[in-house]
Design a protein around this ligand. Structure first.
Ligand SMILES: C=CC1=C(C)c2cc3[nH]c(cc4nc(cc5[nH]c(cc1n2)c(C)c5CCC(=O)O)C(CCC(=O)O)=C4C)c(C)c3C=C
Ligand SMILES: [Fe+2]
Ligand SMILES: [Fe+2]
Length: 372
């Protein structure tokens, strides 16, 4: 069986009502992140990238075209180079994305003693589908699925939802719902999954990100400019209705408003471009070049699209882009992700509790009449 993420099974001393402390033994919370290699080696990176980049949600090219490109060009060339990057950020307890996600689930478990809290990965281990099967085998009838993506994207969030659907859960959607994916009617026998599609405007999450920026600036002083750097996406997907850029914009605006920032003092940018297609703009790297060109000597960078630090923040931003900006005479100060901070755990616990409360107060989903 899957053990609770927390080593402390007993309720913690967090201020909760008697109801909140009542164990709900048939309910589990699953925090789902992208996934990451098991080791900073070319073999492990190749295995990870093969699974990740074979997902049609991530790369939607016809397979006859994509298979040779992936297997004959991308994997042989990329695995070795990217393994070096992972090696430069690897931590004592593994890949940062894995280590922080595991610790974040432990922190959320302390906030939610009434539920079993576990973590899972969409690619790699612990595999989300396996985790769902084990929970079902353990008698869990209701899962509260929180993908660790504050902003919905068809390339990330929807892929997590695909697994919930494939595993036979009756899905109750909370937040963004893709066209053609109506909330399923429960037939009474299937276990229920509350699927939390996004939390980019959640007040507690916005406040937690704003506070992390405020705390960083209180310690290091205000840089001349603040970049909100989000992972990018092919522009084509946005043109076809992916709400991701709108979620990034609305979230960044809410965080900037919480900090009382003037419009000229911050910019939203996109990083981690992959492939030859046009991706969302402006690119973080190009914006830093432009800022240096305008004589701006210090820039704070925060990455609110990433729940926890990972390759894309620690290597790309805090190492590579920082070095590039320094070469142009500037100082880039990276503000870390919320990771396993108590503030993050509290915010996510509240997101999950709100989703459950909203589902409880919503009209029950109609059960279709049996066919005559
Ligand atoms: C077509 C390719 C990709 C799309 C679309 C994409 C979207 C996307 N990704 C994240 C979050 C993360 N991506 C990470 C790594 C990563 N992403 C891609 C490609 C696409 N991402 C690749 C190939 C990689 C691996 C590294 C590399 O080879 O360059 C990570 C970090 C993983 C880690 O182990 O640390 C995260 C997190 C989001 C949020 C997103 C769409 C909104
Ligand atoms: Fe090498
Ligand atoms: Fe990515």
């Amino acid at each position: 069986m899957i053990t609770p993420t927390s080593t402390a099974g007993a309720p913690t001393g967090n201020p909760g009502t008697a109801d909140a402390r009542t164990a709900e033994a048939d309910t589990a919370v699953v925090l789902v992140n992208l996934g990451t290699p098991d080791a900073p080696t070319p073999d492990a990176v190749r295995r990870y990238l093969r699974e990740f980049l074979s997902d049609r949600r991530v790369v939607d090219l016809p397979r006859w075209l994509w298979w040779p490109v992936l297997n004959l060009a991308i994997l042989p060339l990329r695995a070795h180079r990217v393994a070096h990057k992972y090696a430069s950020i690897w931590m004592a307890d593994g890949s940062p994305l894995a280590a922080y996600t595991r610790r974040l689930a432990q922190a959320v478990q302390r906030e939610c003693p009434q539920w079993r809290v576990v973590h899972a990965m969409r690619y790699g281990a612990p595999a989300f589908a396996q985790v769902l099967r084990q929970l079902r085998a353990d008698g869990i009838r209701r899962v509260l699925v929180l993908p660790l993506y504050p902003q919905y994207s068809t390339t990330t969030t929807a892929s997590v939802r695909d697994v919930v659907e494939a595993e036979g859960y009756a899905i109750r959607d909370v937040g963004f719902v893709e066209a053609g994916k109506p909330t399923a009617a429960a037939d009474g026998s299937a276990p229920v999954a509350h699927f939390i599609a996004d939390y980019h405007l959640d007040a507690g999450w916005v406040a937690a990100v704003a506070e992390s920026i405020r705390a960083h600036r209180a310690e290091h002083g205000n840089a001349a400019h603040l970049l909100f750097s989000f992972h990018g996406l092919p522009q084509r997907l946005a043109d076809n209705g992916d709400p991701y850029p709108a979620h990034c914009e609305a979230g960044a605006r809410a965080i900037a408003a919480a900090l009382g920032l003037r419009d000229e003092s911050w910019t939203l940018t996109y990083q981690s471009r992959f492939g030859r297609e046009k991706w969302l703009e402006p690119a973080t790297a190009d914006t830093l070049v432009a800022l240096a060109g305008r004589g701006i000597r210090s820039v704070d960078v925060v990455a609110p699209g990433f729940a926890v630090d990972c390759l894309e923040t620690l290597e790309e931003v805090a190492q590579m882009l920082k070095d590039d900006f320094r070469a142009r005479g500037g100082e880039l100060r990276y503000i870390g992700c919320l990771n396993d901070s108590a503030a993050h755990a509290r915010a996510l616990a509240a997101v999950v509790r709100d989703a459950v409360a909203a589902a409880a107060s919503a009209a029950p989903v109609a059960t279709p009449a049996p066919a005559a």
